[in-house]
Write a protein that binds this ligand. Sequence first.
Ligand code: KG4
Ligand code: ZN
Length: 366
Amino acid sequence: MTPATELSKTVCILAIETTCDETSAALIECPWPVVASLDGPLPVPKCLSNVVTSQIELHGPFGGVVPEIASRAHLTAILPVIRQALDAANLDYPDIDAVAIATKPGLVGALVVGLTVAKTLAMVLNKPLLTYDHMEAHLYAAQLADPSSEIFPCLGLIVSGGHTTLLDCQTALDTTWLGGTLDDAVGEAFDKVATLLGLGYPGGPVIQRAAESGDPKAFDFPRPFSQDSRLVFSYSGLKTAVLRAFQANQTRADDPLQRPQLIADLAASFQAAAVESIVIKTRQALKQTGHKRLVVGGGVAANRLLRTSLQEMCDRQKVTLFTPPMWLCTDNAAMGAVAYLKLIRGDLATLDCDVVAGLMRPDKGR
Ligand code: KG4
Ligand code: ZN
């Protein structure tokens, strides 16, 4: 099917996101056909609706995402979520011109639920199927938020529950993996440390809140590889260091009068170390690539200290920083608007396409 001959004025893409623990659907209105010079800026689509249901309550008791629970929850949520997204956009199934789905990277069972629904809808509606990379979508979220700015080429930084990754982005779809974490993702470290400190789940927002009344210098936690030129992150040692510090201060932890300040100091010191590691490696990556734009995506991009620290670093390096608003940072289907670029390229998926699980290595589907 050649989209340009079959579609006119605007096309409406239904984007679906089920990579981890959010089930989301969005309706994206896209200018069509696209008249643009090959190297000129492409039009930016508009999000008509974006419905996100979170599984936080299901995973909370485990302090992290349980893959099988995630898959089952997607299965029950997905059709109602699509219905809500259509209603919110004042549209119905026949108005959908293409179906887009994130097929990598993520939890395999969760990805399969979304892909199966997307394939079925594409087949039943007889519309093109588009697949997209969740990481590229996280970065394209910044373009969606700022349609009038050119944000590519750029250095891409994705910081979330599953990723701590640096990408060299020539365009939104042409990206090269530069480096990532050797063990845990930064968001996972936030989640695990929050559970350890008894603050709840997800960890990012509660650590951020607890840290407000804490001293970031109270504990000297590690910033691994900071003197190393490789673009690598590591968070498992930091997690262990927080655990050790907590255990070493058990007397204060057991005293109801002293416990809140101890927790606040641990949270603030952890957050300072986690954020500084990201800033150090991002600064190195900017120097190595020469990029003058930095685009940040992923749930941890919601962190205030990270935002201000990256902004200060970018100001010093004369780099323009793009960070999407909160609702576009955490997982959502609106960022699946990146699939519009595939439609423009005529890069349609076939019904025998598959998901790619795995988290951070380029040869393992990132
Ligand atoms: O991008 P996302 O919604 O899902 C994944 O692809 O993982 O990111 C979720 C992660 C969680 O680990 C959560 O703790 C973290 O983002 N997060 C934050 C903040 N808000 C969410 N981390 C630090 N500070 C925050 N304010
Ligand atoms: Zn994500």
